[in-house]
Design a protein around this ligand. Structure first.
Ligand code: PXP
Length: 261
């Protein structure tokens, strides 16, 4: 078998903005985090501009589009407002997701089969601007078929239910969900769709799903931002310790100079 191409990693930076927005101001800046992610090997940056702007805001999208060196994937609901913003910003890609204000995260896939006409229009308008459109769906044959029928070039398979079952230690449910993903990815690829996946992935589940040859891109956010705390907080605390010690040493030196005068 020929070697597979490397699987792409899109890093979702929404929750950097969640932390920033907890205080207002610019720190931590999602743009700076995007640059760090790209320097570390991310193939693209994903950001979800929600209707309520709870994390990423319009200015983040404008700055990311202007400054990052890799593709920007804008996650968005298929509303007139968001389609208008995407047409203005022109990200490399747009991933259409269902969105409910009360949800904590994107809880389920799009019902493409139930909203063919409105989604067909959004896919057409975005595609006409040169934006690569993907639809975030469960790995259900009816949804995959509907995505193909409305001429979406890409689907992103929602991996949340599988990841939740793995995290809960529910081996039977996890096996059933993974089987659904495997069959969905094969069906989508054979229907001519490019296949991505994401939601709830961690190191172990990303390693497992990366073995599926049909899947060419994973989009991962929440786990990575959490892992960055574990990997990065020690270094940040050491820098703070040093800054405080330098401040103390200056005061000590000033005191000693005063006493010597
Ligand atoms: N892909 C899509 C379409 C999403 O909506 C999300 C969550 O914003 C992700 C991937 C990333 O999910 P997570 O933050 O759980 O890694």
């Amino acid at each position: 078998m020929p070697a597979l191409l490397p699987i792409r990693l899109g890093v979702n930076i929404d929750h950097v903005a969640t932390v920033r927005n907890a205080r207002g101001g610019r720190h931590p800046d999602p743009l700076r985090v995007a640059e760090i992610a790209i320097a570390a090997g991310a193939d693209g940056i994903t950001a979800h501009l929600r209707e309520d702007r709870r994390h990423i805001v319009d200015d983040d999208i404008a700055r990311l589009k202007a400054r990052i060196a890799k593709p920007l994937n804008l996650e968005m609901a298929a509303t007139a407002e968001m389609v208008g913003i995407a047409k203005k910003v022109r990200p490399h890609a747009a991933c259409i997701v269902p969105e409910r204000r009360a949800e904590r995260t994107t809880e389920g896939g799009l019902d493409v089969a139930g909203q063919r006409e409105s989604l067909r229009a959004a896919v057409g308008e975005l595609s006409a601007c040169g934006i690569r459109v993907s639809l975030f769906i469960a790995a259900e044959p009816a949804q995959i078929e509907a995505a193909r029928a409305i001429a979406a070039p890409v689907i992103e398979i929602h991996t949340g239910a599988w990841c939740d079952a793995v995290a809960a230690g529910n081996v039977t449910a996890a096996a059933a969900e993974f089987d659904r993903i495997v069959r969905g990815a094969a069906l989508a690829k054979s229907s001519g769709l490019e296949v991505h996946a994401g939601h709830g992935l961690d190191f172990a589940t990303a390693e497992t799903i990366a073995a599926l040859p049909e899947i060419v891109e994973l989009n991962i956010g929440h786990f990575l931002i959490g892992a960055a705390i574990f990997d990065g907080l020690g270094a940040a605390v050491r820098s703070m310790r040093l800054a405080m010690d330098r401040g103390r040493a200056k005061a000590g030196a000033a005191g000693a100079a005063g006493a010597a005068r």
